[in-house]
Design a protein. Structure first.
Length: 748
């Protein structure tokens, strides 16, 4: 399998619209430029390794409820991959490099901006007008919305055709084709006349309605969408609304399109089903793969009728019976496309339920090992594409810390949890990715997905932040949880050793901030002790003052609406704020940066004021998805900040400050050369003064904490007074003629 990360402009569809239409946004952008502030864009060169193998899609952003379609994104004649993830209503796009017999996709996020932003629940691509471009069929108010594709500079764009597909009713009046937003309908040329028809479940009961496209019959061109309902019990089947049982041999009354009233209970609304149309035996009629909201399996309905008159006479209730059958927790959906470029269409099954579902190893791939006229589907894997991504299950919350004491910042990812099918619970844990790159190559290596077996504590949601709270020279952890509490974990490893966490204070000081407590550290009162800023589900920020005395770690909630900042976007009553405080401009100002429910990144300044200034609510131009955390650090010490963005899908995106907006730093010499020039001592230090040998002139310095927040700055001719710092671990930056030199220092 060959998978790559594609470089590009990476603007979200939301930001593109606002940049073109909002004078306010332009003014804010100019304000930023005046102080040297820099935005972040996806860095395609960051890599991740696991067990010695590169995860080619490491930072592609994860998957939860993917829906798979193929369409040609770059007009090279090869069908590319488009995924619509129902859990966040976002598209992911992948260029197909076309290697015969191989899965060879390149993540190409720059194409994600071309799709209409209002699409939700489901989206499928089919060429309804036979122009060679796949159009979009998607949900709209329990009906079907259609967008027509056209080419613009070799890239498709989409124009709205209709918000609701309609058919002609008995009174010759147009009626909406009903399709529950919980369903996935089938689009297929049922009668083989060259235009696309629709199969979808009736609003009541469990029969399938057949809406035939009458464009050809009425002499219209293929651009027309003129439908009639020819049957309300297509195939003569009935699916029980309370279980996955499919009853065969259900007939419509003679001369009517309605099913037999004996099988209907119109007080029960159809609960949810997914359909995939296929013709595995190439006999010209349509078979269906059905997924049901009350079933873990897919059922194949075998059509032994004709293209004109369907008659389902047999079924495979655990498809495919000749191979490992689909067995997902509940409500699977299936999608058909050629993923390995062998000319044969394969099938992918993924969960359609967004509340309780398997959120890892959930993309089951079945390769067609037969032919186009005799399809035989063999199970291949349960982690198609997602197995090559960093994916923490649900709601990834990254933070940065020097996990192994080697002087380079690593990534620790908390989460809401991995779904456990055995008891429908979620296992919350911490994943670790150690930095194994250098000053030029950004690379991480998987360490564990359950640091120190913290999942055994059964705390729902682990959202971490690290700081040396007990002043013993190693990094401890405060973790928020889903219920709204925080917990103190002591690092017992000692200075310079790999982190070992033990729960020291459960529900520390009984501080409660509301659902999904997401902490970060920031010394707001500049007393040398790191305080806590905690985000929460409502979208506001809570400030907790560090009241630690000696080794007795404690905090006090002092403001539950800090800065009167709120990332909530009405009419939604939720915001999911996930704060981080960092220096982002050339004036060394601290900014509050936060993810949100929608995935918009908020930026606030004036953190010393009672009311903060909202500088930008669309700060980062990446279609990453919301409900995840943020982390900011300079991983490769090149002077550019990097950002790790988590999302609800459990995935991560890696971003770096844009070089076009940020003045490049001086090239940094190799480590051996720097070590021969500079000597900083004593380090560790128990005093307030450290000395620096090797300086040829007065040199600018900065002292930052491990979150990248500026604590001290000034000029030095050979010594620095650290008396204002409390015990802890810091980074000292020296701005030398040869470059920027950074060294970790420890203060006792």
């Amino acid at each position: 399998m060959t998978l790559r990360l594609w470089d590009g402009n990476h603007l979200t569809k939301h930001n593109k619209m606002i940049k073109h239409n909002s004078i306010l946004f332009l003014l804010l952008l100019l304000t930023f430029a005046s102080v040297g502030q820099s935005k972040f864009f996806i860095n395609p060169d960051a890599s991740v390794f696991k067990d010695g193998n590169e995860l080619e899609l490491g930072f592609a952003g994860g998957l939860n409820n993917p829906q798979f379609s193929d369409t040609d994104l770059n007009n090279d004649g090869i069908k590319d991959l488009v995924i619509f993830d129902k859990s966040v209503d976002r598209f992911l796009t992948f260029i197909n490099n076309g290697t015969v017999g191989e899965v060879d996709y390149t993540y190409a996020p720059e194409y994600e901006i071309i799709f209409p932003p209002e699409i939700s629940e489901w989206a499928l691509f089919f060429d309804y007008n036979n122009d060679g471009l796949e159009d979009i069929f998607c949900n709209y108010l329990s009906s079907i919305r259609v967008y027509k594709a056209k080419l613009n500079d070799d890239t498709p764009t989409y124009d709205l055709v209709t918000n609701q597909l309609k058919y002609t009713g008995s009174a010759s009046l147009p009626i909406n084709i009903y399709c529950s937003s919980a369903d996935v309908p089938a689009f297929v040329d049922v009668n083989n006349d060259g235009d696309i028809d629709v199969l979808t479940f009736d609003q009541f009961g469990g029969t399938i309605e057949y809406f035939e496209n009458q464009s050809q019959e009425n002499g219209y061109d293929y651009d027309s969408l003129y439908f009639e309902r020819l049957s309300a019990c297509w195939g003569n089947v009935f699916e029980d609304p309370n279980e996955s049982t499919v009853t065969l041999g259900v007939s419509c009354r003679v001369g009517d399109v309605k099913p037999d009233k004996d099988i209907l209970d119109e007080s029960i609304l159809h609960p949810g089903s997914t359909l995939l149309a296929l013709d595995p035996d190439d006999d010209g009629d349509t078979e269906l793969l059905i997924g049901d909201i009350s079933s873990s399996y897919l059922t194949l309905l075998n059509n032994e009728g004709s293209p004109g008159v369907a008659d389902i006479l047999s079924q495979d209730a655990t498809w495919p019976s000749a191979s490992t059958f689909v067995d997902q927790y509940i409500f699977p959906a299936s999608f058909m496309l050629d993923v390995n470029n062998d000319g044969l269409e394969d099938i992918i099954a993924a969960p359609n339920e967004t509340v309780t579902f398997e959120n890892h190893n959930q993309c089951w791939l079945y390769l067609n090992e037969g032919s186009s006229t005799n399809m035989e589907f063999d199970f291949n894997k349960t982690d198609f594409l997602v197995g090559d991504m960093l994916d923490a299950g649900d709601a990834a919350h990254p933070t940065v810390v020097d996990f192994d004491g080697d002087g380079w910042m690593d990534i620790v990812v908390g989460n809401f949890g991995y779904f456990d099918r055995s008891d429908t619970s979620y296992m919350s844990s911490l994943s670790v990715y150690r930095y194994n790159g250098d000053s030029t190559n950004i690379s991480f290596e998987y360490v564990t997905d359950d640091l120190n077996n913290l999942s055994s504590l059964e705390i729902l949601g682990l959202y971490p932040a690290f700081e040396d709270l007990d002043r013993d020279g190693d990094m401890d952890m405060i973790a928020g949880d889903e219920e709204g509490y925080i917990h103190f974990f002591e690092n017992t490893a000692g200075t310079g050793n790999t982190i070992e966490l033990q729960l020291s204070s459960y529900r520390l000081d009984n501080i409660f901030v509301g659902k999904r407590a997401t902490p970060t550290f920031y010394d707001y009162n500049e007393d040398g002790k790191m305080d806590l800023v905690i985000g929460e589900r409502t979208g506001t920020f809570n400030l907790c003052e560090n009241t630690t005395n000696g080794a007795a770690v404690s905090f006090e909630l002092v403001n539950d609406f800090w800065g009167e900042a709120n990332v909530q976007e009405p009419p939604l009553p939720i915001g999911y704020s996930t704060p981080v405080v960092a220096v982002l401009d050339s004036l060394d100002n601290n900014y509050l940066v936060s993810n949100s429910f929608s995935g918009h990144i908020y930026l606030y300044t004036d953190l010393n004021n009672s009311i903060f200034t909202l500088v930008d609510s669309l700060y980062v131009d990446v279609n990453g998805g919301g409900q995840g955390g943020l982390a900011i650090a300079d991983f490769n010490k090149d002077g550019y900040l990097d950002m790790i963005m988590g999302n609800k899908k459990g995935g991560l995106h890696f971003l770096t400050q844009d070089e076009q907006l940020f003045e490049p730093p001086v090239v940094i010499p190799s480590v051996p050369e720097l070590e021969s020039i500079i000597n900083i001592y004593p380090n560790p230090t128990m005093g307030s003064i450290i000395k620096i040998d090797g300086l040829k002139e007065v040199t600018e310095f900065k002292v930052l904490n491990l979150q990248g927040q500026l604590l001290l700055n000034g000029s030095s001719d050979g010594q620095i007074d650290l008396g204002l710092l409390s015990s802890g671990i810091y980074f000292l930056q020296l701005h030398l003629e040869q470059g920027i030199y950074s060294e970790r220092i420890i203060v006792y």
